[in-house]
Write a protein that binds this ligand. Sequence first.
Ligand SMILES: CC(C)(COP(=O)(O)OP(=O)(O)OC[C@H]1O[C@@H](n2cnc3c(N)ncnc32)[C@H](O)[C@@H]1OP(=O)(O)O)[C@@H](O)C(=O)NCCC(=O)NCCS
Length: 162
Amino acid sequence: MLREPHAEDGPAVSALIAASPPLDANSAYCNLLQCSDFAETCVVAESDGRLVGWISAYRPPSHPDRLFVWQVAVAAEARGQGLGGRMLDALIERPALRAVRELTTTITDANKASWALFGAFARRRGATLTRTLRFDRERHFAGAHDTEWQASIAPLAFARSN
Ligand SMILES: CC(C)(COP(=O)(O)OP(=O)(O)OC[C@H]1O[C@@H](n2cnc3c(N)ncnc32)[C@H](O)[C@@H]1OP(=O)(O)O)[C@@H](O)C(=O)NCCC(=O)NCCS
């Protein structure tokens, strides 16, 4: 079952992220804010009462027609079955996100599963994925993190069912 999160999901969300390298672990407080203040743009997937999938996202205040996907995590035992893609589809089809025209995210070069996930999403939507530099290893991370490339997927309006 896919649904919006609530604050009580916070600990399970934090545990799933911690078990999903290479994702950065966030503070428990950060995940609680995502599960509450940003619930409208986040998704949890449950199976037999267990939280097996998570997407955090928000609409950047300067670009409310954009959805920035922060993290996607699928529990190891649930991977490769299309759950990541189904969560992205369910999110973009929410009536509250009707005005969204572009999905953006950032991905490191090495994360092949993530490129495949967002590439497949773009193809399903008949949209184009454009790759640009977002956060540079040296300039933005002081050498402590691989470069994050921004994937921008647009246009989204035409293929939407709402
Ligand atoms: C990335 C992740 C969310 C994908 O979830 P998933 O439910 O397994 O993805 P899906 O089953 O929907 O697969 C989506 C696409 O990715 C491909 N894919 C899945 N795992 C892959 C892998 N390890 N390597 C290459 N491609 C992969 C699938 O074949 C599919 O492509 P297709 O539709 O062209 O066949 C999951 O692997 C994960 O949680 N990884 C750890 C955390 C992470 O890296 N998150 C992404 C960064 S935000």
